[in-house]
Design a protein around this ligand. Structure first.
Ligand code: C5P
Length: 398
């Protein structure tokens, strides 16, 4: 599966760098070409000679290596790979990546590249959990960078927790997934997910109930099939999908702006539970209790994101999929919604409390298209996502 794939392997400075030697061997066994790059600190842990011997290629170690006419320039080096893998990725290297610093060969390659990047972090648990690292990880995920690990376990420094670099075979599996060609390779797909929060004042908001679980599962399933996924999410508790470009928003108006800015896309799936109304004049300061006087809130209607994308003229996605969470007359209401909004498909589900679907792991849906209503058996949200992604792939191919 990795035959003739070109991997640019950046080895950062950490004790886990010794595992990169094994990683090179496993990749070579699978037919991949590995071009190693060592950071200055990485070269303190493993030598350029050992990595280049295993890789069968020159190991690049310094920006000035590339000034020689005979050498490949850093721009070309950064783009000649199918995938850049950073293993181990130290806290320092990830911070540089998140901030766009380019003061050595590794960080310059990472800034100059247009190739997908997979990062295998390795650091002390406190460093991994530090708010600065959390911010950097979330920035990098938002930039579409994929992560493998870190794993939890005993660290070289004697502490215990998340921070150990993934094992070489786990990294190989993540590389295989990142390079997997699927039916959606080359397609750009938007997924909205989660609730929106509409502020009343700085501490209060109105929202819909939504865990974001189904939207996340759909984004994951689309990415596994090779799609370039843009995931626009409100404040949801679900994990963010690996490998997708993530845009975090809070309100419906922000979600609308984010959706407009990511167009054009081949397909768009609107799984977000967008609040229908916002508070017309949200207060800038906390509304105080006022001797039993109950405040009244004026509402204004939020933009209907699904309807506006469905009704775009030029630049409309080839396939627009909406969701309909209903508690009564599910199919009739959802069918009417499809006509009203002018989307191609509606995924209707019954979210009556007795179904346990809201916030649960299962879903029972009906796909409504111009061919009628097709009810799928109750199944896991991951399975619904997988089936929907397959149907999307078929529809875009047709
Ligand atoms: O009208 P209703 O909210 O029930 O429609 C649900 C569908 O419309 C979902 O796909 C939801 O993501 C989308 N929607 C939207 N913008 C809104 C309201 C709903 O995109 N303001």
């Amino acid at each position: 599966m990795l035959t003739d794939k070109r991997i640019l392997l950046i080895i950062g400075g950490g004790i886990a760098a010794f595992k990169s030697l094994e990683l090179i061997r496993r990749l070579r066994e699978r037919g991949a070409w590995v071009t190693p790059v060592l950071t200055r600190a990485g070269a303190e842990f493993v030598t350029p000679l050992s990595v280049s011997s295993l890789a069968g290629e020159k190991a690049y170690a310094d920006l000035f290596d590339l000034t020689d006419e005979a050498e490949m320039g850093h721009i070309q080096l950064s783009r000649s790979a199918d995938l850049i893998v950073v293993a181990p990725a130290t806290a320092d290297l990830m911070a540089k990546m998140a901030h766009g610093l380019a003061n050595d060969l590794a960080s310059t390659l990472l800034l100059a590249t247009d190739t997908p990047v997979l990062v295998a972090p390795a650091m002390n648990v406190r460093m991994w959990e530090h708010p600065a690292t959390r911010r950097n990880v979330s920035t990098l995920r938002g930039d579409g960078i994929s992560f493998v690990g870190p794993n939890e376990g005993e660290m070289a420094c004697g502490e215990y927790g998340p921070g150990r670099m993934s094992e070489p075979l786990e990294i190989v599996a993540a590389i295989e997934m990142a390079l997997a060609e699927g039916p959606l390779t080359g397609r750009r797909v938007l997924v909205t997910s989660g609730p929106t929060h509409e502020p009343i004042d700085p501490v209060r908001y109105i929202a819909n109930r939504s865990s974001g679980a189904q939207g996340t599962a759909i984004a994951r399933a689309l990415a596994v099939m090779g799609a370039d996924v843009v995931f626009v999410t409100g404040p949801a508790e679900a994990d963010r999908p690996e490998g997708a470009h993530i845009v975090e928003v809070e309100t419906a108006a922000e979600m609308m702006a984010a959706v407009q800015s990511v167009m054009p896309v081949d397909a768009a799936v609107f799984a977000a539970a967008v609040a229908d109304w916002r508070v017309a004049s949200a207060s800038d300061s906390k509304i105080k209790k006022n001797n039993g006087k109950i405040p009244t809130l004026d509402f204004a209607e939020n933009p209907d994101i699904l309807a506006s994308v469905s009704q775009m003229g030029t630049g409309r996605p080839d396939l627009v999929v909406g969701f309909a969470a209903e508690t009564d007359d599910v199919i009739a209401n959802a069918t009417a919604k499809r006509t009203r909004k002018q989307c191609d498909w509606i995924i209707a589900n019954d979210v009556s409390p007795e179904t346990g679907i809201m916030g649960g792991t299962e879903n029972a849906v009906t796909l409504i298209s111009d061919e009628g209503a097709e009810t799928w058996p109750r199944m896991g949200k991951d399975e619904v996502a997988h089936q929907l992604a397959s149907r999307i792939a078929d529809a875009l191919d047709a």
